[in-house]
Write a protein that binds this ligand. Structure first.
Ligand code: SF4
Length: 467
């Protein structure tokens, strides 16, 4: 599936999604009326949303094609977390102004759809469908409307008690399955559009989650990644009332499941029980993505993050107090309104103190429908760029040292990529480190192999298979 993985902000981020690894149906001619093309922008939640949309379409007899030209239905699953991503979507839509094709049905899905609503029809009158992520369960009805000849349909509700299940999901990766356990967000971070575009928090029942995990294990998936904007704020609506930590343990206990990940955690809701679960269950991956956003308590307050620098560092200490060595990654926003040189220094000193294994750093960009949009003291763009470079460079130095220390260690990796060069493979460790390695074996995709690290760079490791 064609995807544009854009950089992400907020707790939507986490490690970059992997390149999908699935055989696609060959492109057909443009005359085929039941073909679709979908392009995804944004985080894992969006990637998984596209898998759900693809599932709905496949279930209705559509066929996915890799070329926009060959598709009857063209869907853009959008991200509005950064201004640049939203611009990119409108630039894609603008292409249809230059090359109009009345045979195509164009749909805008996701956060930009939710945010801009019916105004998208004004800006791009050739768009036929606008559907926010909380309304994907309505896609079959919307498709029926389109198939019946209706040229403008919308699904824009968010305040819904309905489940966010879709009837079918077509997953891109044959070994690792994304699984949404909580949708929306009840927090109010000043820079974030998610509460507006995805609506309030709705958790899926533990019984349904476990049923789906059993099915996924039966279908050959060995790694499950539980998703949510604030995944650890999970509240089981079932009578069982499992805590998030209990759910992690239960998912890991499903026969056939070898690894369980979760993204993204909110620091305020991150408790000792999660660390204890990781400590006691080897199938729970030893990696936590915990966005801090700033090292300055003053800026964290302005961001409405609901913790101070000190409280965040206490969470780090809690995670590091576990028996297993848990790798830690985070997100940073630079250039939030009112951020001073002193605040940036505090962020740099937090990087030194936290010793993250990876950081996704971004420049703040004001988004509509967020409270930060009204804040004064904007940081000039050029200065934001300078601060970003400083933060990235400090983190790069940290990663050089941390990764160098891994040379000689052996990791079990799930192989999920093959290089064009024969004998070269790529996989991820439980700690979510990417290892590129050599092996004389063929057909390693989907296998778990042990790899000894022979060389380190700031962002990945190179190694060799050991038997
Ligand atoms: S509002 Fe919710 S989704 Fe957005 S950054 Fe805050 S916690 Fe994350």
């Amino acid at each position: 599936m064609p995807q544009s993985f854009d950089f992400r902000l907020g707790d939507l981020t986490g490690p970059r999604p992997e390149t999908p690894d699935v055989a696609h149906t060959p492109a057909s001619s443009a005359g085929d009326s039941r073909t679709f093309y979908i392009e995804t922008f944004g985080c894992q939640m969006n990637v998984h949303d596209s898998e759900k949309v693809a599932g709905v379409l496949l279930g209705r007899g559509y066929r996915q094609v890799e070329s926009l030209d060959a598709a009857k239905l063209v869907f853009y699953n959008t991200c509005s977390i950064r201004e640049k991503a939203a611009h990119k979507v409108f630039s894609r839509l603008g292409e249809f102004r230059k090359r109009p094709d009345s045979r195509k049905i164009i749909g805008v899905l996701g956060c930009v759809a939710q945010q801009e609503g019916e105004e998208i029809f004004e800006r791009a009158p050739w768009v036929n469908l606008v559907c926010g992520s909380a309304s994907y369960s309505k896609l079959p009805e919307l498709l029926e409307d389109l198939e019946a000849g209706n040229r403008r349909v919308t699904g824009l509700g968010t305040h819904t008690d309905e489940t966010f299940e879709t009837e079918m999901t077509r997953r891109d990766n044959p070994f690792r399955a994304y699984l949404t356990i909580i949708e929306g967000c009840d927090k109010t971070c000043a820079y974030c559009v998610v509460p507006y575009t995805r609506g309030p928090e709705r958790s899926r029942s533990s019984a349904l989650i476990l049923e789906e995990v059993r099915k996924l294990a039966g279908a050959g998936y060995s790694e499950i990644q539980l998703l949510g904007q604030t995944v650890n704020s999970y509240q089981d609506p079932a009578a069982r009332r499992m805590s998030f930590a209990e759910l992690l343990v239960a998912v890991a206990a499903v026969p056939g499941i070898r690894r369980v990940r979760f993204t993204t955690s909110h620091p305020r809701d991150f408790g000792r029980d999660i660390v204890e679960a990781i400590d006691s269950v080897p199938a729970l991956c030893d990696h936590v993505h915990l966005p801090v956003q700033s090292g300055s308590s003053r800026i964290l307050r302005a961001m409405q993050r609901m913790y101070t620098r000190e409280e965040y560092l206490e969470k780090i200490a809690l995670i590091r107090s576990g028996r297993r060595s848990i790798s830690l990654t985070s997100d940073i926003i630079v250039g939030f309104p009112g951020e001073t040189e002193q605040d940036v220094e505090e962020t740099l000193s937090l990087l030194d103190a936290a010793q993250f294994d990876g950081v996704f750093a971004f420049q703040y960009s004001p988004r509509p429908n967020t409270s930060a949009v009204h804040l004064a003291d904007a940081v000039p763009e050029e200065e934001k760029g300078r601060r970003l470079a400083v933060v990235q460079e400090r983190q790069r130095e940290i990663q050089i040292v941390r990764n160098d220390a891994l040379v000689g260690q052996t990791f079990e990796v799930l192989v999920d990529g093959a290089s064009r060069r024969p004998g070269q493979w790529s996989g991820r460790s439980s700690s979510n480190r990417i290892l590129n390695f050599a092996s004389p074996h063929s057909d390693l995709l989907g296998q778990y192999v042990h790899v000894r690290v022979t060389r380190a760079s700031p962002n990945s490791l190179v190694g060799e298979e050991v038997t």
